[in-house]
Design a protein around this ligand. Structure first.
Ligand SMILES: [Zn+2]
Length: 296
């Protein structure tokens, strides 16, 4: 009877019918309710499961669309493909800072045998230099596929794209000016040099002040309490309008010498709080120096 019960279990597993029904049909012998037969199986048993290693999902492809991103800037697209004998596998994207797991993003059950692309934004990820890995149970990379990718993520970027010169003390924060002190920092650069948003946000002011700032733009940063002002922009170069939302790195205009200016430069201000509306200017130089280290 034991032999009959095992045969019944084989048949049940093969036909995907309940074991109890098959058992009943052969006289009511008991058999395990689920799982493969244990113990005593002979070579060639039809229900023997393949070795787990032969069924492990394979990471066939993995890549990142860019190596550097910024908060509120263009997202990184993570592309990957997993091949397996099952239709879906639960997938997680893991972000390591050094050897520390800094963030996990669950993608749920992902269909196998197809390429998937997920976009991730800088503001949703940890800052700094990260290692990105695709994780799934027992997943191993194919011989020619990358197992991980490098991604650098920063909160701000330098506001100029191109050559520039730091100004001397006269262009620094707090320098004396007729009737007031200098509330920003002057970056010397050629007329036409691109001025970009150091942080995504909303453009709050686009204006012209002939005797002072010239053409200028004010930006309120997203997800923080800072405003940024960009002054003396080249005539006709301003590419944004009031109320427009911009991403980190969006071109705002070009370096010029409009208004009260002795030569082409970007007068750049950072305010904690609202620009000219309750906030207070802070020295931009420490931030500019830091942003420059990762913006090139
Ligand atoms: Zn200035």
């Amino acid at each position: 009877m034991r032999r009959d019960a095992r045969v019944a279990a084989w048949i049940a597993a093969f036909l995907l019918v309940p074991v109890s029904a098959a058992s009943a049909a052969t006289g009511g012998a008991t058999a395990p309710a689920s799982g493969p037969p244990t113990g005593g199986s002979r070579p060639g048993d039809p229900v023997e499961a393949p070795a787990p290693s032969r069924r492990a999902p394979v990471l066939s492809a993995f890549s990142l669309s860019r190596a550097k991103i910024f908060a509120y800037g263009a997202p990184v697209r993570v592309s990957f493909r997993i091949d397996a004998r099952v239709r879906t596998v639960p997938v997680t994207l893991a972000f390591y800072s050094g050897s520390t797991l800094a963030r996990e993003v669950s993608l749920g059950d992902v269909p196998t045998g197809a390429t998937h692309v997920r976009s991730l934004r800088g503001e949703s990820l940890p800052s700094g230099r990260l290692t990105v890995r695709v994780r799934a149970p027992r997943l191993r990379p194919a011989a020619k596929a990358s197992a991980s990718g490098a991604l650098a993520n920063y909160a701000h970027r330098f506001p100029l794209v191109g050559r520039f010169t730091w100004s001397g003390d006269g262009g620094g924060f707090g320098a004396g000016r007729p009737g007031h002190t200098h509330q920003g920092y002057d970056l010397l650069a050629a007329e036409g040099t691109a001025v970009v948003a150091p942080r995504g946000g909303t453009v709050t002011t686009v204006a012209n002040q002939p005797g002072g700032a010239g053409n200028y733009v004010v930006l309120s940063g997203s997800g923080e309490s800072y405003d940024y002002a960009f002054m003396h922009l080249q005539d006709g170069s301003v590419r944004v309008r009031e109320g427009q939302r911009v991403a980190t790195g969006t071109r705002l205009g070009s370096v010029g010498s409009t208004g009260r200016s002795s030569g082409p430069h970007l007068h750049f201000e950072i305010w904690r709080g609202a620009w000219q509306a309750g906030g207070a200017p802070i020295d931009p130089l420490p931030s500019l120096r830091r942003w420059l280290t990762w913006s090139r």
